[in-house]
Ligand binder design. Structure first.
Ligand code: FAD
Ligand code: SIN
Length: 525
């Protein structure tokens, strides 16, 4: 297969990039599984949009404050300035956001100094945004689709430029090269490396791992955001309870029923996410409990049902009527601030490779992402990556690739190994949660790295089924997070070291960049 542009992933970032590229040539979108399955459709709270001129500056300041001095200011400026136009464009393509009277409804989320979160369907913002983007993309004849196509690795030409990808057709098992003049990576995050996560099963960090293997520079990998409130019920899928519930007056209580956030921060429930997550963790430890409660029972039941229809219905399915009972919650891995380093145009360190959305580290989030900034990031940097890839491709052509096609093993063929692989994956998730999670220390990180390296060694040469490839990618991403976390010997934003609790020690403002060394070790750039 040959295309002018390859877009890997069809969440908000990939779809926006593909639409942008469609004016410059033939675009091929590759998605593992079905096209809409990714974090984007699960986004509840909304998208942060500064509604007035003076709010653009405030949105920038809130983003920088949440990022704790590690955002790249130029990238933040781009996000807040271009964001409103990108959302307006989406409305032009048919996205319906909730209204209050004649105008749009704007809500408040943690660490925002104004009400600037636009939402759709109450708590179904991501689904509506993806619906509108999919409809727009499908109307463009220049865009072709291959779903159930898993990207295994990136390809490079003889001059080190990214020239396509090696792709596994999930139905036939055939693995073939697909070449292109430029590649946009938009594969989303890696929450699945943790035992507790809000992320869907596809969030296995494939894009991060394949870019790393190809030699790209990774940045800020130690910064993993833990969302404070995911539903905690044994034998029930982990499900996000939007921050907007606290924005509307929800209160966090420990298992003794005490509201505790006032003891941790002057903004109480509306404090930045990392502070709320650690406060919950402390309360869980102090009360020997596996969860705390989110309490919205004091709010009007009719309002709750209308404002949070998805959350209300989902909890009810698990036998919790949130209008009458407190909801058991626990923090969960939610968002990767770090990823494939890019400039403000989405260009990665490998010529011809661009990245946008959660897989990328464009510098907008720093040490901690401000709520509802990532859907916006997907739109803004998806569009920017498309522009930059189109400009780059003017001087290149799509070459045929000499990589040999091969056939992946089917699930049936590798059945005997499947249980062992799933066991390894469960151990990986538990290890990451316990030693590379909300609270970290040197001893735990070192022992995690020893184990991760052993697993990586064991998995070498076993690149067989899609599942095995995903597990291998998750081990690689785990190793990158643990390596960066070990390097950062202080606590900042989402990265907390119990052995170095101070925020600002010498060199605190350095970004930790990693890349692959020839011998297979992770190199700190
Ligand atoms: P995704 O939407 O995750 O898409 C990734 C795509 O890549 C998918 O199509 C996937 O199949 C594909 N893919 C992955 N690997 C491969 C591979 N190897 N080969 C081929 N295809 C591949 N952010 C906000 O701003 N506001 C919110 O309210 C909000 N709520 C959230 C709620 C939940 C439950 C979650 C999980 C996240 C939330 N976020 C929110 C974060 C936000 O949704 C994500 O960061 C954002 O949607 C990521 O978009 P993306 O396009 O980068 O990736
Ligand atoms: C939420 O609704 O709490 C999630 C918002 C986000 O992750 O930005």
């Amino acid at each position: 297969m040959v295309a002018d542009f390859l877009v890997i992933g069809s969440g908000v970032a990939g779809l926006r990039a593909a639409i942008g590229l469609s004016g410059a040539g033939r675009v091929l979108i590759l998605t593992k599984g079905s096209p809409a399955e990714g974090s984007s459709i699960y986004a509840q709270g909304g998208v942060a949009v500064a509604s007035e001129e003076d709010d653009i500056a405030l949105h920038r300041d809130d983003t920088l404050r949440a990022g704790k001095g590690l955002c790249r200011e130029a990238a933040v400026q781009v996000l807040v300035e271009e964001g409103p136009a990108r959302v307006q464009e989406l409305i032009g393509w048919g996205a319906c956001f909730d209204k209050a009277g004649e105008g749009y409804a704007f809500a408040r989320e943690a660490a925002h100094s104004r009400d600037r979160i636009m939402r759709a369907g109450g708590d179904a913002t991501g689904t509506e945004m993806v619906r509108a983007l999919l409809a727009q993309a499908r109307s463009l004849p220049q865009i072709a689709w291959r779903d159930h196509h898993f990207t295994v690795d990136l390809l490079k030409d003889g001059e080190g430029r990214c020239s396509g990808a090696l792709v596994l057709d999930e139905s036939s098992g055939a693995v073939k090269p697909v070449t292109a003049r430029a590649v946009v990576l938009s594969t989303g995050g890696a929450g699945q490396i943790y035992a507790r996560t809000t992320n869907p099963p596809v969030a296995t960090g494939d894009g991060i791992a394949m870019a790393y293997r190809a030699g790209a520079t990774m940045e800020d990998m130690e910064f993993v955001q833990f969302h404070p409130t995911a539903l905690y019920l044994p034998a029930t899928p982990q499900f996000l309870l939007s921050e907007a519930m606290r924005g509307e007056g929800g209160i966090l209580r420990n298992i003794k029923g005490e509201a505790f956030m006032g003891r941790y921060h002057e903004m109480a429930e509306m404090a930045p996410r990392d502070i709320v997550s650690r406060a919950i963790w402390n309360e869980m430890v102090a009360t020997s409990a596996r969860h705390v409660y989110l309490d919205v029972t004091h709010l009007d039941p009719g309002f709750i049902r209308e404002r949070f229809p998805t959350i209300y219905a989902t909890c009810l399915r698990y036998d919790v009527d949130i209008t009458e009972e407190m909801i058991p919650v626990c923090p969960s891995a939610h968002f990767m601030m770090g990823g494939v380093w890019t400039d403000t145009h989405g260009a990665a360190s490998i010529p011809g490779l661009f990245a946008a959305g959660e897989v990328a580290c464009a510098g907008v989030h720093g040490a901690n992402r401000l709520a509802s900034n990532s859907l916006l990031e997907g739109l803004v940097f998806g569009a920017r990556a498309a522009e930059a890839a189109a400009a780059y491709a003017k001087g290149t052509e799509s070459l045929r690739d000499g990589s040999k096609a091969w056939k992946a093993a089917t699930d049936a063929e590798s059945r005997s190994d499947q249980l062992a692989m799933e066991k390894l994956l469960n151990s990986l998730r538990r290890l990451m949660w316990a030693k590379v999670g909300i609270i970290r220390n040197r001893e735990g990180l070192l022992s995690a790295l020893v184990q991760l390296e052993k697993w990586e060694e064991r998995l070498k040469g076993r690149r067989q089924t899609r599942r095995e490839l995903e597990i291998q990618n998750m081990v690689t991403v785990g190793r990158l997070v643990a390596t960066a976390a070990l390097q950062r010997e202080h606590s900042l934003g989402a990265h907390f070291r119990s052995d170095f609790p101070d925020e600002f020690s010498a060199g605190w403002d350095r970004h930790i960049q990693l890349s692959a060394s020839a011998g297979g070790a992770v190199r700190v750039v």
